[in-house]
Design a protein around this ligand. Sequence first.
Ligand code: SF4
Length: 186
Amino acid sequence: MVTFEEVKRDTEENARANGYFLNPDENFLNDILNGLKTNEERYGYRACPCRVASGNFELDRDIICPCEYRDQDVEEYGSCYCALYIRKDLFEGKTPIKPIPERRDPSKVSKAMEYAMGGGAPTPEETKKAEEKEEFVPIGEGKMRFWYCKQCGYVVYREEPPYKCPICKAKKEAFAPLHFSVSIRG
Ligand code: SF4
């Protein structure tokens, strides 16, 4: 089982190697790092804690931390989507850390959501069949649910709402469970 210290060390090393900094808000940082740790234990890889992960590696490949979008986001906006990795000027407080738009293709998000909603984990045969038909078999984990931030609309899939919204910084209390229905393409 991965430890919090291991996740922190890896993240710090990655930031150093790429010339980035980690968010200076310690509580916020710990919450994101714990989210990465939880996702590694849950899925076997460190899926982004600020996005919907499906549990299917192929569907989540682009959002395994550091995600495919980090470098572009740090360059353009000064921080990654979660505001875990930030640029020096934001770290030094010369530029404010602001919410940034999601760069991930919406079709990837909806596929992950379809996959993650309801049902049991698919067998390899079901996964192959679903991929051939462009259909995604959902997995379910009893306590997992979608939460949305009532302040900015940010959505996250986990057991509990985050300590703080990574986008608008609203407190945990600003999150409410999200209810919606999903139809699987046949
Ligand atoms: S948005 Fe940040 S925390 Fe999330 S996967 Fe990308 S680099 Fe990691």
